[in-house]
Design a protein around this ligand. Structure first.
Ligand code: HEM
Length: 168
């Protein structure tokens, strides 16, 4: 009889601790699901700070790119002409806003035509993309948002890199 009582006690302690674990796991799962839902419901545009956030990212992205001697020479003509630079900044802003599912629509020059004759290489494209990453990093954006934005920018590669769009 004593053995049976001890067994019963042990059984209830073990099953209690198991149900506790299951409960905690269920709560953790539900918290994660809620968090996931919030992230999924928000557009990337909102997650990077909306209109203001995108403008700040673009400002720094452009600053980094124009200061990077590996690609700065490619922008020489643009930096010499303020109105051309302003047009490019606005275009980059609208592009970034659009790919992040924001309310903008890029209405500038067709991207293939805008980069035609510039002979943009894969390396230049990577360096330019790196500038965007650094800019977002400076704003302490989470890895998830930085990677998502970079992946979306990558989709524009074929329109920018020489020969890609025409399939050469
Ligand atoms: C996905 C990456 C890129 C995006 C989103 C982008 C975006 C733009 C936009 C919006 C413009 C202005 C087009 C217009 O005139 O309305 C532009 C122009 C230009 N881009 Fe890009 N660009 C990218 C990659 C690059 C790279 C890698 C380079 C060179 C390293 C480059 C060099 C230039 C230059 C020199 C112009 C000025 C063309 C001109 O005014 O004649 N771009 N770019």
């Amino acid at each position: 009889m004593r053995k049976f009582v001890i067994f019963l006690l042990l059984f209830s302690v073990v099953s209690l601790s198991f149900s506790d674990d299951a409960d905690a796991r269920r709560k953790r799962r539900s918290r994660r699901a809620k968090k996931q839902k919030i992230i999924n419901e928000k557009k990337l545009y909102e997650r990077v700070g909306g209109e203001k956030g995108v403008a700040l990212i673009v400002d720094e992205w452009l600053r980094i790119s124009l200061a990077d001697q590996r690609i700065a020479p490619a922008f020489a003509k643009v930096t010499e002409q303020p109105e051309r630079l302003a047009k490019m900044r606005k275009g980059m802003n609208d592009q970034l806003c659009e790919i992040a599912d924001g309310p903008c629509q890029y209405k500038g020059k067709d991207m293939v035509k805008a980069h035609a004759g510039l002979n943009v290489s894969d390396d230049q494209f990577l360096i330019f993309s790196e500038g965007l990453f650094k800019s977002m990093d400076k704003r302490d954006l989470p890895e998830r948002e930085k990677n998502e934005m970079l992946a979306r920018l990558g989709e524009l590669r074929a329109e920018v890199v020489d020969g890609e769009a025409s399939g050469e």
